[in-house]
Design a protein around this ligand. Structure first.
Ligand code: 4NP
Length: 157
């Protein structure tokens, strides 16, 4: 069993969507029992909230159910998960700043799983229009198979 944690800023747009897209992709590939998926945010502003309504609406249209409740990423996550995936480089830096010396999780950027690492930062849709939420889902759907392929190549110590 591998454990994957997606992390964005608020845990109400990008990372809960990443969680839902990966979970469904795993289900379609009959791999749900092999991988546990969770999400968290680097900031504490939205703790306890459901995903942003605009993100939920875009996700629902594609058949995803955003069920996660926002929480903040903590140092312990670096011991509980095998792979932590930051949505953008700021999230990555913020995670590095809480990474304990005893971390066992590997830290990667979501764009590590995209062709040509493009876009390197998953665009933050929070202050933009409806297109941004669709774009997040497009990028997530593009990268999920490569992420699953990567998990298959890594084995837990
Ligand atoms: P997320 O989006 O990091 O993808 O969940 C955001 C959510 C909230 C804020 C910014 C981005 N905010 O500024 O409150």
């Amino acid at each position: 069993m591998k454990r994957v944690l997606f992390v964005c800023l608020g845990n109400i747009c990008r990372s809960p969507s990443a969680e839902a897209v990966l979970k469904r992709t795993l289900a379609v590939r009959k791999l749900s029992s092999d991988v546990a998926v969770d999400s968290a945010g680097t900031c504490n502003h939205h703790i306890g909230e459901m995903a942003d309504r605009r993100m939920q609406s875009a996700a629902t249209k594609r058949g995803y159910d955003l069920e996660s409740i926002a929480r903040q990423a903590i140092a312990q996550d670096f011991k509980r998960f095998d792979l932590i995936v930051a949505m953008d480089r700021q999230n990555y830096r913020d995670l590095e700043s809480i990474r304990p010396g005893s971390a066992t999780a590997e830290l990667k950027l979501f764009s590590d799983f995209l062709a040509n690492n493009d876009p390197v930062d998953m665009p933050d849709p929070y202050y933009g229009g409806a297109h941004g939420f669709e774009q997040v889902l497009d990028i997530l759907e593009e990268g999920c198979d490569a992420l699953i392929g990567y998990l298959k190549t890594t084995s837990r110590p």
